[in-house]
Design a protein around this ligand. Structure first.
Ligand code: BES
Ligand code: MN
Ligand code: MN
Length: 458
């Protein structure tokens, strides 16, 4: 295996770079052709890796790429999930090299999607290729790479519900999360859920001269800012009534367990150029970014934002707001609570509209399962270290849906780092992480097959 990986390193990397050259931005209809071109390219890579029936599955949105290798129906089946779509690369001017012209610098691959998720799902394609080319696959494998993760996986839910038979598996394996550091491997045991809304505040029926009308007509941008500011209290808690009601709180033991993961707050602040951190009182920074819910403005606009100064009292103000959710919180219910509260705090000088966008349920992986144990052993064997269980702050909405629709648990075996700058300019992925991931994945298959066999004979 190691000889095979070593001998094919350059080719693996060049193939990934080919995928990174395709701007598969799912959010922007302008790129729809590129998204499809990327799906085709992924399908070809699945075939080349030795998978059977590699195909594009059409949806009402971007296509899903699927392939499989069933070697023995009596063996356990691993379903690999990933996404070939990427976030928009804007703002382009902040990239040191163009986002879709992948460049290697300081042992890192710089490109949009380098880590999230092309670099990560491609490790699986290469690991499967390597297993097939050497000792063979110890498990059956199904691979599903979707093209709409970054826009909420709207059509994947339907696809999964309509293809239960095709997707039947024992475990879902996903590399779309991070580890603590290259000398400190970890496995994420949870993802936050998401509720995402857009709000529009309307004041006067048209933009007005801010001298002629200013002072007499309330400005919807001022109003929106006031409303948003009121959504957190002094202690950093969210003021929406009922927001925290159903949260499943962690026990002191569970919090102590999570606190074992190394975290250097000074370094965190230095890295981000911050003089101080702030968040919900009573929780640490790692807790605030994983086991606690949030409310954040992702974008806010209204009035004149072009060059120079225009004196205008705008008719409308807008904001996009995300709420990260934790176990116990339901995205639809939270969206509803938000809408009711936000409408109720609007002064009668304006009207407010709340439009829900995509959402997703939070997820936790049990750590006492055979699946999790296989992941632990894979890290132990490939890294010579114990992987620390951590709770993640990001969201992969489809993971909870997999459990609901297919009854299958997911293992989040990601290899990214916080410095990879996901969704930001200059996204990158370490060559070390790419190669180490390819090396680690086959150990998961090996240990999973062994553990499942023990389970049967026990
Ligand atoms: N891969 C990320 C999620 C992630 C990143 C989880 C790092 C853990 C660590 C995924 O592609 C993503 O960006 N998800 C979106 C959700 C989606 C509905 C747009 C997110 O978390 O914002
Ligand atoms: Mn991702
Ligand atoms: Mn992402």
């Amino acid at each position: 295996m190691n000889t095979y990986l070593e001998a094919n390193k350059e080719r693996f990397l060049n193939e990934l770079l080919d995928l990174l050259r395709i701007p598969s931005v799912s959010a922007d209809p302008k790129f729809a052709g590129d998204v499809r071109r990327c799906a085709e390219a992924v399908r070809e890579k699945l075939t080349a890796a030795g998978l059977d029936r590699a195909e594009l599955c059409e949806t009402a949105g971007h296509p899903i790429v699927y392939g499989e290798k069933i070697i023995d129906p009596n063996l356990p089946t691993v379903l690999v999930y990933g996404h070939y779509d990427v976030q928009p690369a804007d703002p382009y001017e902040l990239w040191n090299t163009p986002p879709f012209e992948p460049t290697i610098r300081n042992e890192r691959i710089y490109a949009r999607g380098a880590c999230d998720d092309k670099g990560q799902f491609y490790m699986h394609v290469k690991a499967i290729e390597a297993m097939l080319a050497t000792d063979g696959l110890p498990c059956n494998v199904k691979v599903m790479i979707e093209g709409e993760e970054e826009v909420g996986s709207d059509h994947l839910g339907t696809f999964v519900a309509e293809n239960r038979e095709k997707l039947a598996a024992d475990v879902i394996l996903i590399s779309d999360t991070s580890i603590i550091a290259n000398d400190c491997p970890s496995i994420e045991t949870g993802l936050r859920g998401l509720s995402y809304v857009e709000v529009e505040v309307t004041g006067p029926n048209r933009d007005l001269h801010s001298g002629v009308y200013g002072g007499g007509v309330e400005n919807p941008v001022n109003v929106l800012c006031r409303m948003i500011a009121s959504l957190h209290d002094e202690s950093g808690r969210i003021t929406i009534p009922g927001f925290y009601d159903n949260i499943i709180e962690l026990s002191a033991d569970e919090r102590a367990e999570l606190a074992k993961a190394p975290f250097d707050e000074q370094e965190y602040m230095r890295d981000l150029g911050l003089k101080a951190v702030k968040g919900e009182a009573g929780y640490t920074t790692p807790e605030r970014t994983s086991i606690r819910p949030t409310l954040d403005v992702n974008g806010i606009w209204g009035g004149y934002t072009g060059e120079g100064a225009k004196t205008v009292l705008p008719s409308k103000a807008h904001a996009k707001i995300s709420m990260r959710l934790v176990p116990g919180q339901d995205p639809d219910q939270i969206t509803d609570l938000f809408a009711r509260h936000f409408t109720s705090i609007a002064p009668d000088t304006v009207t407010v509209q709340v439009r829900p966008h995509h959402g997703g349920q939070p997820y936790v992986t049990p750590t006492d399962s055979v699946e999790f144990e296989a992941a632990r052993r894979a890290f132990r064997e490939a890294w010579g270290k114990e992987a620390i269980p951590t709770r993640g702050g990001g969201s992969i909405p489809i993971v909870a849906l997999f459990e609901k629709e297919l009854g299958i648990k997911s293992i989040l075996m990601g290899f990214g780092l916080d410095i990879d700058a996901l969704h930001s300019p200059n996204e990158s992925y370490g060559l070390f992480n790419f190669y180490k991931g390819i090396e680690t994945i086959p150990f998961f298959y090996k240990h999973y097959a062994l553990l499942k066999k023990e389970e049967v004979t026990a």
